[in-house]
Design a protein around this ligand. Sequence first.
Ligand SMILES: Nc1ncnc2c1ncn2[C@@H]1O[C@H](COP(=O)(O)OP(=O)(O)O)[C@@H](O)[C@H]1O
Ligand SMILES: O=C(OP(=O)(O)O)[C@H](O)COP(=O)(O)O
Length: 394
Amino acid sequence: MNKKSVKDVELKGKRVFCRVDFNVPMKDGQVTDETRIRAALPTIEYLTNQGAKVILASHLGRPKGSVVEELRLTPVAKRLSELLGKEVKKADEAYGDSVKAMVDTLSEGDVLLLENVRFYPGEEKNDSELAKAFAELADVYVNDAFGAAHRAHASTEGIAHHLPAVSGLLMEKELDVLGKALSNPERPFTAIIGGAKVKDKIGVIENLLEKVDNLIIGGGLAYTFVKAQGHEVGKSLLEEDKIELAKSFMEKAKEKGVNFYMPVDVVVADDFSEEANIKTVAIEEIPSDWEALDIGPKTREIYSDVIQNSKLVIWNGPMGVFELKKFAGGTRAVAEALAEANDTYSVIGGGDSAAAVEKFHLADRMSHISTGGGASLEFMEGKALPGVVALNDK
Ligand SMILES: Nc1ncnc2c1ncn2[C@@H]1O[C@H](COP(=O)(O)OP(=O)(O)O)[C@@H](O)[C@H]1O
Ligand SMILES: O=C(OP(=O)(O)O)[C@H](O)COP(=O)(O)O
C-alpha cells in the first residue's frame, strides 16, 4: 500500500485519535458479535505498546445526528476492556472541553473511547468544524475503520486533513489482502456473487469480469440472469430493469473467456417461510407461482468443484435464504467447499456471508473474512475509498 501506516510514525507520548469500526450488533445492551472489536485489537495494542495515548472513535448504528441512548458505546468500552485486559475510559461525548479534560489525564499506553460520533449531525456531513474539533484532541490520526472507509465523514475523512494521517494495521491488512486478490490474483481466480442486493452488486460483476477466470452467480441475484437467459423465474427475486444489463454481462463473459456459472437447479417454495412446501426443479422449470430460494443439489456440486479447483476465491452474498433452515443448504455447501479447499485462498466479504460462515462454524477455516461489507464491495468495484485516499502517502 502506498499510504503511511502506524509503523511509519513516532507514537511515543503522542495523543492518537484512532478511528475504528465498532459498529457491532447489540441486543439488550450487550455486544452480540465482537468480531470487529477483536479485529481492531492489533492496532490498539500496537499503539499502547508504543507508548501512545489512545483516543478511540467509532460510530454505532445510524442515529442520524442525535443522541440515541441504546447506541451509546458504553457496552463496547466494557467488552474492549475485557479483551484488552486493561481499563478503557469512556467519554460521554466525542469532542469539546470535557473530552479534552479526559485526554489530559491520559498517560502513555492508556485507552479512552469517545462517544458515538454519529450523535453529531456534522459527522456524516463531513463538517469541517467537527473534523477540526476531533483533530484538536490529538497529535496523530490513525484510520483503522476499514468497514467505514467508503464513507467520507468527519471522523473518517475530514480529520485526516488536519493531522498527520496514517492507516492502522487492520486497514492495512484488509487493503493488502483485497488489493492482492484483485491486482495480482493467483489463478484460477473465482468470484462468487450472491445475496439480494441486485442493484448494489451488478456494478461489481462488471468489474470482476475483467479479472476473474470463473464467475459464479447465486442467491436472489441469480434470477435476473436466469430471466436474461430466457427462462421464467416465477415469483423469484427479479430486477426487471437489469435484465438487459445481465444479458450484456453474459456476452461480455463469453468474449473475455470467463466461465460464467449459473444455477442449473433450484429449491423452490410456495411461500417465503420455514413452513413452505418446497421442491427441487431444473432451472427452466420454475413454476409460475413459486419462488426460488436456494440453489439445488446439482448446482451445489458444480459450484463446489469449481471452488476446489480454484487458487483464489472471493465470496460475497449467500446462495439462498440461509436464515431459514430449508434454504440454507446451498450456502452451507459453498462454505463447506471453501473450508475443505486447502489450496484455495478464500476471502469472504459482506455482512451476511460472514454471518453465514460464522453460523456454520467455519469462520476459522476461511483465509480472510473482511470486516467491511459495503467497503470491500466498493473496493472490489475499483472505487476509491475516501477514508483511505485522505491518508498520507508514503
Ligand atoms: N433466492 C433468494 N431470494 C431472496 N433472498 C435471497 C435469496 N438468496 C439469498 N437471499 C438473501 O440475501 C440476503 C443477503 O444479501 P446481501 O445483503 O446482498 O448479502 P451480503 O450482506 O453478504 O453482501 C440474505 O438475507 C438472504 O436471505
Ligand atoms: O457496518 C458497516 O457496513 P457493512 O454492513 O456494509 O459492513 C459499517 O460500519 C458502515 O456502516 P454504515 O453502512 O452505517 O455507514
